[in-house]
Design a protein around this ligand. Structure first.
Ligand code: EPU
Length: 354
């Protein structure tokens, strides 16, 4: 595979009209007035020049955590920077670098196939390598932050590449510095991972322990990779079949007193203690208990096997999805006095400059 930092021949970035329906996993019908695909780091400077002509910049990865309006008039930059390489075989870790445009699952598969183990719990998550740090993707006991070494990002306004370590990225549950900056401030170019050696299986997650073949013996990374794929396929809808953006809400964090009061009233409450003394509540359980699982409002629905996932039943707009999300938030707040926070980015064009 090509080296992501290797400059490819210059190609002019010519914005063009683009149907965005295949570029968002919710499958919302959306169009971009000005769309460019970024294929080489050498195009970054031209992209900054172009971005200056628009009031806003939507940086698009796999579109798997995004709610789009029907028409985007700001500049859309699709990040297609490719390449995966082993930077260093350190005694304590494999150091791997991947281009931001690499498909996340393809990257995880390639790592496991090469014996660079440690990302297998994060198999089958939709999206790209460059989007993974933005929301600090996590599943089955591992977060991106646990395997992260650093990243290189382009500051669009300042026209410079910046290296950031984990502290600079300010990772938290489904959160990073990139979620707190104005959209279009940064373009993540490449991400570096440190996969600890010797490898150690992470089997804390009950579903994973239960999975056949993993109990007892010493599982391999490949066996965990396969088990995670099986669990996800059983619970989560495939965006290629039914449009969705994964978990639509974060699992809310509450203090111990709130959790204890809720648990006393609702004995089935699912909650997980956090290192800081707070509790994470299972939002899927709260939504399910409110009777939303499998229900719909017009073309926007709640998945019938995982209430945390909203689906496009066909022809839904971003407004349909947001109306369903708001109805769910109202019900959960009325019953449990808990505020559910959406996980995806809801894109609203920056208004044209006066
Ligand atoms: N539950 C229900 N009803 C539902 C869904 C869940 O009662 O409809 C209960 C389950 O029985 C379980 C608990 O809620 O006791 C938690 O459910 P699950 O194990 O499926 O995980 P989750 O908390 O719903 C989180 C992540 C997922 C990740 C899984 C596995 C968030 C917002 N979601 O889901 O991430 O795959 O854990 O680690 O943290 C994503 O972010 O898109 C995503 C899929």
């Amino acid at each position: 595979m090509p080296d992501p930092s290797q400059a490819l021949p210059d190609t002019p970035l010519a914005p063009a009209f683009q149907d965005l329906t295949p570029f968002n996993t919710l499958g919302l019908a959306a169009r971009a007035a000005a769309f460019v695909s970024l294929r080489a780091p050498s195009e970054l400077d031209a992209l900054s020049t172009l971005a200056g002509r628009y009031p806003g910049l939507l940086v698009l990865g796999g579109g798997s955590n995004l709610v789009l309006p029907p028409q985007v008039d700001n500049l859309v930059a699709h990040v297609a920077l490719a390449g995966v390489r082993l930077l260093e075989a350190r005694p304590d870790a494999w150091i791997i670098e991947a281009g931001a445009g690499e498909n996340w699952h393809g990257f995880v598969s390639a790592c496991v196939a090469s014996g660079w183990d440690g990302l297998e719990n994060l198999a089958l998550i939709p999206g790209t390598v460059g989007a993974a740090p933005v929301q600090n993707i996590g599943a089955y006991g591992v977060e991106l932050a646990d395997r992260f070494l650093g990243l290189t990002a382009w500051n669009v306004a300042q026209r410079r590449l910046v290296d950031m370590d984990a502290a600079a990225c300010r990772y938290a549950y489904r959160d990073s510095v990139f979620k707190h900056e104005a959209p279009g401030t940064w373009i993540i170019v490449s991400v570096r991972f440190a996969l600890p050696r010797p490898w150690r299986a992470v089997l804390d997650y009950p579903d994973l322990q239960r999975q056949a073949g993993l109990a007892g013996g010493t599982p391999t990374a490949r066996a965990i990779f396969d088990a995670v794929c099986d669990i996800r396929r059983a619970k989560l809808p495939d965006p290629a079949v039914i449009g969705n953006a994964g978990s639509f809400f974060k699992n809310p964090l509450v203090d111990a007193a709130t959790r204890d009061a809720l648990a006393a009233r609702y004995p089935g409450l699912v909650s997980y203690p956090q290192p800081d003394g707070r509790y994470k509540l299972a939002a899927g359980w709260l939504i399910d208990q409110c009777g939303w699982k499998g229900r719909h409002l017009g073309p926007a629905g709640v998945h019938d096997r995982q209430a945390l996932v909203l689906v496009n039943r066909g022809g839904a707009t971003g407004a349909d999805i947001l109306a369903l999300a708001a109805a769910i938030q109202r019900d959960v707040a009325d019953r449990y006095q808990v505020k559910l926070e959406p996980e995806p980015v809801v894109w609203r064009d920056a208004p044209p400059r006066g």
